[in-house]
Ligand binder design. Structure first.
Ligand code: PCA
Length: 215
């Protein structure tokens, strides 16, 4: 049977009109690529509700892989995240005006969860395809990290040992017309996410490759 990959994408937030994560996953909805079926779910940029929406989508679709996608404005590359941490510390309010500071995502949960996606393989494959990519060692402390942690915690608590993780993507050009910030075209982002879905569905072991950063 074809492997199924669930991709989630956030609604726009912080005054932005679009979120490239949502724009990109919309283009992948229902697609089958190299025998891998992609299903998608829009999630609100809201603490807790985002996790609830993703959990409902996991229970509905019963995917083999979960990849959450969010915008990291200012980044220059496609960045699979290495780790989710158990803290919310919001620099700006979410889309429901919640702004938690120094509170755990899950009280009593472990400090962190590692991504279980083959992040080094994804980076290597994207680079081979000429797409800028590197591993990120922090998903921040806003709703993206919150969703990443919440999904990993849910999978752990429910003994669902499927690969899951988070990929941050840069702005698309339409968001940077009036401000000096890096962007990648939507086409390239879609290609990158499609590639990440296929690798994650087909590869259980990650490769060993240098992916560290000094800061
Ligand atoms: N990026 C934000 C939340 C939603 C999104 O796309 C973040 O990085 O936390």
């Amino acid at each position: 049977m074809a492997k199924k990959v669930l991709m989630t994408g956030f609604e726009p937030f912080g005054g932005d009109q679009v979120n490239p994560a949502l724009e990109a996953i919309r283009q992948l909805d229902g697609k089958t690529v190299e025998g891998v079926q992609i299903v998608v779910q829009k999630v609100p940029t809201v603490f807790y509700e985002s996790v609830q929406t993703a959990i409902e989508a996991i229970e509905h679709h019963q995917p083999d892989v979960v990849i959450c996608v969010g915008q990291a404005g200012g980044r220059t590359q496609i960045t699979p995240e290495r780790v989710a941490i158990n803290v919310d510390d919001a620099r700006i309010p979410d889309n429901k005006q919640q702004q938690p500071v120094d509170t755990p995502v899950a009280a009593g949960g472990p400090a962190a969860y590692w991504s279980t996606l083959p992040i080094k393989s994804i980076v290597r494959r994207l680079r081979d395809a000429g797409i800028p990519s590197s591993v990120s060692n922090s998903a921040g402390t806003f709703v993206c990290n919150h969703l990443f942690y919440g999904v990993m915690h849910y999978l752990d608590k429910n003994a669902k040992s499927i690969p899951a993780g988070f990929i941050h993507i840069p702005y698309i050009p339409s968001q940077t017309v009036f401000n000096q910030a890096p962007s990648l075209s939507l086409d390239l982002i879609v290609k990158a996410l499609e590639t990440a879905a296929v690798i994650s569905a087909n590869q259980t072991e990650d490769i060993v490759d240098v992916g560290g950063a000094l800061h």
